[in-house]
Design a protein around this ligand. Structure first.
Ligand code: GLP
Length: 245
């Protein structure tokens, strides 16, 4: 079937979207850090309702184009940070971007492996796994909340070692002689749960990017299964794609 102008679907533009487009033009014309007009001012100049203006502003905040500062106003955001996706550790990725990486151990437990984690780590029913939750920092700025699952039998004493080192991959290499060589990485969007939001300094429900990494040794043995929550308004992940062969 040929789609012609007559039968092509013309989406109706919601009213707030007009306001959003106007604000996007304004943002383009301003420098990062510039103050944008208040909700009240925009309502008056654009002759629309406050709810409409609020919706447009809210979406632009969620997308990382604007930032709200409590009691001060709304400003044009700094450009997002680009973060390459590579088969390296957070520590190495941070260093490649000129930051010093850090980690704060939020919680750690030994538990019986169940569900997806057990399957991914290829653990037998009843076997133990670690669940380690860390706040990842770049130059002391909280960047991600990372929850890692690893086998207890393969990595005895891992939690103790992680109290002394902020890099999981360094510990795996130095203590157990294990180096992750390949991984499958997934990216999906989620709304920030209250805990992750508080740790990363954003609002509950704000858009987040959740990265999942399932990494393996050279012979295909699984090493870790990790979920990392990043603020969706701050980062652009870059994957370099090349043809094979
Ligand atoms: C990245 C990966 C994680 C991995 C971590 C190790 O953040 N997404 O899967 O566990 O790096 O980093 P580090 O060695 O700095 O702890």
């Amino acid at each position: 079937m040929t789609v012609t102008a007559a039968n092509a679907i013309e989406p109706r533009e919601p009213k707030y979207y007009l306001v959003k487009r106007h604000l996007l033009e304004l943002i383009e014309s301003l420098e990062p850090g510039a103050l944008v007009p208040t909700e009240r001012e925009l309502t008056a100049t654009l002759v629309t309702s406050r709810t409409t203006v609020r919706q447009a502003l809210g979406e632009l905040v969620g997308e990382g184009r604007l930032v709200r500062r409590q009691g001060s106003g709304t400003y044009v955001a700094e450009p997002k940070m680009t973060w390459p996706l590579q088969m390296t550790s957070f520590t190495e990725q941070a260093a490649a971007n000129g930051f010093i990486a850090g980690a704060r151990l939020l919680s750690s437990e030994r538990m019986r492996a169940t569900g997806e984690a057990a399957t991914r780590l290829r653990l037998l029913p009843g076997a133990y796994m670690y669940r380690i939750e860390r706040l990842r920092l770049a130059d002391d700025t909280p960047m991600a909340v990372e929850t890692s699952h690893l086998s207890v039998a393969r990595f005895p004493g891992l939690i103790k070692a992680l109290r002394k080192s902020s890099s999981l991959y360094r510990v795996l290499d130095a203590t157990y002689g294990v180096v992750p060589l390949t991984a499958e990485e997934t990216i999906e969007t989620r709304a920030a749960p209250p805990r992750e939001a508080a740790l990363l300094g954003t609002d509950t429900g704000a858009p987040m990017l959740v990265l999942g990494r399932h990494s393996f040794e050279a012979d295909g043995t699984p090493i870790e299964w990790v979920r990392s929550w990043y603020r969706g308004d701050r980062y652009t992940f870059v994957a370099r794609l090349t043809t094979t062969g």
